[in-house]
Design a binder for this molecule. Structure first.
Ligand code: PMP
Length: 354
């Protein structure tokens, strides 16, 4: 039986993408060769890379708007240090909204002064700080749009005179934003875009070249841009599967359409969390993520029963992150509404039984 997969990442991708990707492993484009055995310099793969780069800009509304896209390796964690390596000359400003933001700013401290302008650590990162001021004398401001572990999501982004850098790993392509506000966006593929193994980095023209340090080639965004994201062997298969997922999203109607679906799923689940006395949401209501919903049982003795019922219903991956506990249902783009209906039914069945 196919599971209802609420895993936080790597996570569910569209079934059609799994089908097409598995076919390409056997025979890519009727070439008599597997996607896994072709050269990354072959025309077929260069086309894949170019389509993936182009689709990612197009879906975000950044095509022909002075941005370029890269598919790099090393995960979003590599971007924590590459951002600072390439952009931090003296001082950078960071918003600390949880584990990933904290890891990003820790790396930045290796390269210069880091000003943590606001943090939600005082309440276990269950909200997004508001009313902070972005300094005008920093090289850039870094934030995390969606905090995968805690289930909080930034609904507003500051306008500022300094470059805006954002880790969008867990909500890219899920909601409409004015992406042209950002100077650099990065996202590990393994949530809304594809399998683990590649990271999308989007860079505004003119952002680079302002730091005085020497940058090793593999960590230098400019080198990757100059080589059209082919400085070295890219992650051929993850880029291919990402391209298929981006095609799937475009065919659906793009971010505008998927956002409505994502809203429906999130509204359904949060409504149940709010009306069912056996559950309690973890985060501040106004900062709730439409991607990752975090919640707890109000009576821990029901855990065994709830876990058993979830398992019987084919629900996978709703345990909270090991650092927070409780439950986390990740509802990425490819998760059907039906899966959320199944989870909500189990939650209300538990209430009836208890
Ligand atoms: N940022 C966010 C928001 C994440 O959710 C994650 C991991 N899930 C990371 C960064 C780190 O990504 P990676 O494991 O690809 O380095």
């Amino acid at each position: 039986m196919k599971k209802h997969n609420f895993s936080a990442g790597p996570c569910i991708l569209p079934q059609e993408v799994f089908q097409e990707a598995s076919q390409a492993v056997l025979d890519f484009n009727n070439s008599g060769l597997s996607i896994l055995e072709i050269s990354h310099r072959s025309k077929d793969f260069v086309n894949v890379m170019e389509e993936a780069r182009s689709l990612s800009l197009e879906l975000l509304g950044l095509k022909d708007k002075g941005y370029q896209a890269l598919f790099l390796q090393g995960g979003a964690s590599m971007e924590f240090l590459m951002v600072a390596y390439n952009l931090l000359e003296k001082k950078a400003a960071y918003l600390n909204t949880g584990t990933w933001a904290a890891k990003a700013l820790k790396e930045a401290k290796l390269f210069g002064e880091v000003d943590v302008i606001a943090s939600s650590e005082d309440k276990g990162f269950n909200y997004i700080p508001k009313n902070y001021k972005v300094p005008t004398d920093a090289d850039y401001f870094h934030c995390t749009s969606n905090n995968t572990i805690y289930g909080t999501q930034m609904k507003k982004f500051p306008t500022s005179s300094i470059p805006l850098v954002c880790d969008m790993s867990s909500d890219i392509f899920s909601r409409q934003l004015d992406f042209s506000k950002f100077d650099l966006i990065y996202a590990g593929a393994q949530k809304n875009m594809g399998p683990a193994g590649t990271t999308l980095v989007i860079i505004k023209d003119g952002l680079l070249g302002k730091v005085s340090r020497k940058i090793p080639s593999m960590l230098d965004y400019k080198q990757h841009l100059d080589k059209d994201s082919m400085f070295n062997t890219p992650s051929v298969f993850p880029v291919y599967v990402s391209m298929l997922t981006l095609r799937w999203l475009k065919a659906l109607g793009g971010i505008e359409v998927i956002e409505k679906e994502n809203q429906k799923k999130a509204t359904l689940l949060y409504s149940e969390i709010d009306i069912n006395p056996l559950f309690k949401g973890y985060t501040a209501q106004e900062d709730r993520s439409i991607m990752n919903a975090t919640f707890n049982l109000t009576n821990d003795s029901l855990k065994e029963e709830f876990d058993k019922m979830c398992k019987e219903a084919g629900i996978n991956g709703i345990n909270g992150h090991r650092s927070v506990g409780g439950y986390r249902a990740s509802m990425y783009n490819a998760l059907p509404l039906e899966s959320v209906e199944v989870l909500v039914d189990v939650m209300s069945d538990l209430e009836r039984k208890a």
